[in-house]
Design a protein around this ligand. Structure first.
Ligand SMILES: O=c1ccn([C@@H]2O[C@H](COP(=O)(O)OP(=O)(O)O[C@H]3O[C@H](CO)[C@H](O)[C@H](O)[C@H]3O)[C@@H](O)[C@H]2O)c(=O)[nH]1
Length: 348
């Protein structure tokens, strides 16, 4: 399989499922600046679409109400599309624990709808957005996202290179995304309440929104059938994050331990050791090719597997750990935090 040609945006139509979220909005701005002809936002919530329509006021943006659980609504938005970024998902860990079948319906069956619809419409490339929680998954969100990757690869396996290219990306915690811990800490600091820490030793890969966009872009420009891409990333402990936030916002709020929530892990992994073994180092990114053997394992048996005992999982406690100062610098580089600090008179 040769590498794919670089994608030319002129005259191309992109569909973003779940397009009104943090990723969708950032991706849309980026795609507009790159000169795409049409960007379709597909999502369930008409209010969020209306907000985005007014805020962006951009004729190249088209809005489609629908639900990825409903194949017909996906098909209607897919006609004439060249590129799909599949971001629609149920992604809150605790809520997926309480409503696992809802996660199955959206993250697995809905993803399959998007993939099958894209193949039928002869889309050039589909990138499925995944998570580190899909590696050695312990919670429903991670498990259903892991199955989404498997579904994507099962579709990829039956396609030739000149048909729709199907790939996935995994990323860690997107900093400042809606409902995540950083905006929660900002609110707690502003209200003078203690910062609620689940476990100070817990670690997470911390990824600015801009990096999630560059990872997706790298994936569709470089993907071969069934690939999974990750971006190399640093991580930090929750205590480091909390201290960095308190220092940046010049706050004396206390730190209160609240214990792990349902389905949480102490540390996350972006790739397992088995995946690292067959991965390709592409600078800032790792490409993990799919296992493209068929079910006739005996044909492959004599080849065996090479093993390297020095390799290990790519995990949030074994990667580079950010210090409090490094975390402050990273936070300060985020437009969301800059806006918060400005609002609080801490940044001019
Ligand atoms: O009050 C809180 C809430 C969270 N945390 C901790 O902060 C870290 C981040 O928590 P988030 O809720 O921000 O994120 P999660 O790790 O639970 O999951 C998030 O990251 C995932 C990727 O790994 C997905 O993107 C998912 O949608 C998103 O919710 C976790 O270690 C969590 O234990 C606290 O310390 N206190």
């Amino acid at each position: 399989m040769g590498s794919s040609p670089k994608f030319k945006p002129d005259g191309k139509t992109v569909l973003i499922t779940g397009g009104t979220g943090s990723f969708g909005k950032t991706m849309v701005k980026h795609l507009l600046s790159r000169g795409y002809e049409e960007i379709r936002i597909f999502s369930r919530d008409e209010c969020k679409q209306e907000e985005m329509r007014v805020q962006m006021s951009e004729p190249r943006l088209k809005f489609y109400i629908g639900d990825i659980r409903n194949r017909e609504s996906v098909d209607a938005a897919m006609e004439g599309v060249d590129l799909v970024f599949h971001a629609a998902a149920l992604k809150q860990v605790p809520s997926c624990e309480f409503f696992p079948m809802e996660a199955v319906a959206t993250n697995i069956i809905g993803s399959n709808n998007v993939l099958e619809s894209a193949v039928k419409a002869k889309v050039e490339c589909v990138v499925c957005l995944g998570t580190d929680k899909a590696v050695y998954p312990v919670n429903t969100m991670g498990m259903t996202k892991a199955v989404m990757e498997k579904v994507a690869q099962s579709v990829a396996r039956r396609l030739d290179d000149h048909e729709t290219r199907v790939c996935s990306v995994r990323y860690g915690n997107v900093m400042c995304s809606r409902g995540s811990v950083i905006p929660l800490f900002v609110r707690q600091i502003r209200e003078g309440n203690p910062l609620t820490l689940t476990d100070p030793e817990m670690t997470r890969f911390m990824l600015p929104l801009r990096d999630s966009v560059s990872l997706v872009e790298f994936a569709f420009e470089n993907a071969q059938q069934g690939d999974v891409f990750i971006k190399k990333a640093a991580a930090c402990s929750l205590m480091t994050l909390a201290q960095a936030m308190l220092q940046l916002f010049e706050s004396n709020s206390e730190i209160k331990s609240i214990g792990e929530r349902h389905g949480e892990k102490m540390h996350e992994a972006l790739a397992s050791v088995a995946e690292i073994r067959r991965s390709e180092d592409m600078g800032d990114f790792l490409r993990i090719p799919m296992d493209d053997r068929d079910l006739n394992y005996s044909n492959f048996f004599t080849k065996g597997q090479k093993s390297d005992t020095k390799l290990q999982d790519y995990s949030s406690d074994s990667t580079e750990q950010l210090s409090v100062q490094q975390m402050k610098d990273l936070l300060l580089s985020l437009p969301e935090i800059q806006a918060d600090l400005r609002q609080d008179g801490l940044l001019v």
